[in-house]
Design a protein around this ligand. Structure first.
Ligand code: ZN
Length: 195
């Protein structure tokens, strides 16, 4: 299925909002990554111009033909934090920081019968064998149901599109040569080499 758009929510775990010094949002903060940012291999090539690319491990959902969710995966919402901080300070859009080539490494999908199966999943990211991020989907500020309702109400969601549901605390930089392992235990795991 072609992935046209990647809808993503910012600051959806309170501990992550705090670590970047952001307020807890009162309504969902949605931004876009281009569908063509998706990388489904085991190698991620960071663009030469990037300065500080951060990992954000996230539960990703895919919309089917009826815009229902019956597939999920683990993704990295790669973020160029150096430029994002500059853009945020100017009040400018985040596109450069969030939607660069290779900015959405994605695992294979696992099947989902009902959304309630996704409400209490651990989500982990290790880099070079060291645990960096650990959260649980029960800690989301806006639930998956609330996110789905919000984006369908406001945006032209297409079959195949992804929803990235936010990242827990522990984001940090990736270097070329790193091995990043993302896992939702019991569901999916995927390892990428950074180049
Ligand atoms: Zn994110």
């Amino acid at each position: 299925m072609i992935i046209r758009n990647i809808w993503a929510i910012g600051r959806n775990y309170a501990d992550h909002a705090k670590e970047l010094g952001n307020e807890i949002p009162s309504e969902p903060l949605i931004f876009l990554k281009a569908g063509s940012c998706v990388v489904q291999t085991t190698e991620v090539v960071l663009p030469a111009w990037t300065v500080e690319v951060h990992h954000e491990v996230e539960l990703a959902l895919q919309f089917d033909e009826r815009l229902e969710v019956h597939k999920a995966a683990v993704a990295l919402d790669l973020t160029e934090r150096h430029f994002q901080n500059q853009l945020k300070a100017k009040g400018s859009p985040w596109t450069l920081a969030k939607s660069f080539t290779g900015a959405c490494p994605l695992s294979s999908f696992f099947a989902v019968d009902t959304i309630s199966e996704l409400k209490n999943l651990d989500i982990l990211l290790s880099v070079n064998g060291q645990l960096r991020q650990k959260g649980n989907t029960s800690q989301m500020i806006f639930s998956i149901d609330q996110q789905l309702e919000y984006i369908k109400e406001h945006f032209p969601v297409c079959p195949g599109d992804l929803l990235l549901t936010g990242t827990p605390a522990g984001v940090g930089p990736l270097q070329r040569g790193d091995l990043a392992l993302a896992e939702i235990p019991g569901k999916v795991r995927h390892e990428w080499t950074l180049r």
